[in-house]
Write a protein that binds this ligand. Structure first.
Ligand code: AMP
Ligand code: MG
Length: 419
């Protein structure tokens, strides 16, 4: 087991141990937010035929080349083409067909004159503007061509992807499985939110924030409850998580007298790859994998402090859970931001500074959220970003720039729609 390693090494180690889960088939309506597990090629052409983009008249543009407001061209209306028509007849030169939006363009026609540029008089129509050939026609295949690779495996499925899958006639879709994450909290001082907090007890907030972090990125938490600081209870609860893809336990992995989690994990056949990452908050992070052939669940022993637990989840568990789902992007968006105030620390550990962000013209300005203690959960509530204060640096002067992981792009939000 390695100890006291840099963050980048810890993450690389974790990702090298993280498998991509298999696939499952789900119905189209269940695909929102899932990661597509197959390349989707279209067996169809979309739209399937040339069709009208307007309500108006289908014509051959050459027949109306001289049409103008003052000198309209009169054409006989040969037939009507509503949307959904099949077997549309051929349009003879020198005539027009009444056509509605989405209806197939008759063979022989090459353009659609919009209704506003026409005047109907019984069986005839006056064309008051000369159409350019092809105008107001949506071409067959202008959206999707036959055989085209429309969606690639690894994309996250959103509303537009679902609309496309529907257009292609897909009622079931292969997606990556969602990782099941067993969440364990440990500590004699902990109670559930409706529990009695007399005598200095505190609520196990980690149980809730960690489960929510799992859900937010598409993983499925399975709660193992609160284990008292006793090896046999920790073991009993951890055993219930052995069938999960990942076990995330918080607290009890430090060097305190009652930190039994590491010992129990080892007893359960967990090979710990590292303990201790040179970051703050979150130093006492342990990572390993259970099982002889290392095919069991990945195990993350997170620190107990609420900010440390959330932060180590964010930096190390989140990318692993995304990789398991086959996602392409494992990391948050990054921006370079200018510091509003000077930050100082001792060299040695990378600090993950919770910041609020503000846009000032083209510049993004980062302000510390204030008290950066690992027990101050409010610093996470307010955080729009996590500023990377590199391990070997000892100060970052006001006005200097640093990389910020963007948690919440709300600082870009406007109070007007921009139109
Ligand atoms: P430990 O790692 O057990 O020394 O815990 C470090 C700190 O985190 C202590 O102040 C604990 O009370 C606190 N803590 C541990 N587990 C939780 C939890 N599930 N929810 C909130 N705070 C916790
Ligand atoms: Mg404890």
């Amino acid at each position: 087991m390695k100890r006291d390693i840099p963050a980048a090494e810890a993450l690389a180690q974790i990702l090298s141990e993280t498998p991509v889960l298999g696939f499952e088939t789900v119905s189209l309506g269940e695909t929102l937010g899932r990661v597509l597990g197959e390349d989707v090629r279209s067996a169809r052409v979309l739209p399937p035929a040339d069709n009208s983009a307007m309500d108006g008249y289908a014509v051959c543009a050459a027949d109306c080349a001289r049409a103008s407001e003052g000198a309209p061209v009169w054409l006989p209306v040969a037939f009507d083409v509503p949307a959904g028509s099949a077997d549309v007849p051929r349009l003879a030169r020198g005539s027009a067909a009444r056509i509605l939006t989405g209806a197939p363009l008759p063979p022989g026609a090459d353009s659609v004159v919009r209704q506003e540029d026409t005047e109907r008089d019984g069986e005839r129509v006056a064309i008051r503007a000369a159409p350019e050939a092809g105008v107001n026609v949506r071409r067959a295949g202008e959206d999707v061509e036959a055989g085209e690779l429309v969606l690639e495996a690894g994309v996250r499925i959103g509303p537009a992807q679902i609309g496309m899958l529907a257009s292609l006639g897909r009622t079931v879709v292969a997606v990556h499985q969602r990782p099941r994450v067993a969440v364990l909290s440990g500590g004699d001082e902990l109670v559930e939110p409706d529990g009695d907090v007399a005598g200095g007890r505190i609520v196990s907030s980690n149980s809730w924030s960690i489960a929510a972090q799992c859900r937010e990125l598409g993983a499925e938490p399975v709660y193992l409850g609160i284990a008292r600081d006793a090896p046999d209870e920790i073991e009993r609860r951890l055993r219930a998580g052995l069938s999960a893809d990942v076990i995330v336990s918080s607290a009890g992995v430090s060097v305190g007298d009652r930190d039994f989690v590491r010992g129990v994990l080892e007893k359960l056949g967990c090979r710990l790859h590292f303990w201790g990452v040179r970051i703050r908050p979150g130093f006492p992070l342990a990572f390993g994998r259970i099982g002889e052939d290392a095919r069991g669940p990945l195990v993350f022993g997170l620190p107990g402090n609420p900010v440390s637990a959330m932060m180590t989840f964010e930096q190390f568990v989140r990318p692993a859970l995304l990789r398991m789902q086959g996602a392409r992007r494992l990391h948050r968006p990054l921006v370079r931001a200018q510091l509003a105030e000077t930050l100082r620390k001792k060299p040695g550990r990378m600090h993950l500074v919770r910041v609020t962000l503000e846009r000032d013209g083209e510049t993004v300005i980062a302000h510390s959220t204030g008290n950066q203690s690992s027990g101050v959960l409010k610093s996470m509530i307010r955080a729009q970003g996590i500023l990377i204060f590199p391990a070997e640096a000892s100060d970052l002067a006001a006005g200097a720039s640093a990389m910020v992981q963007v948690l919440d792009a709300d600082f870009l939000a406007a109070d007007a729609p921009g139109f």
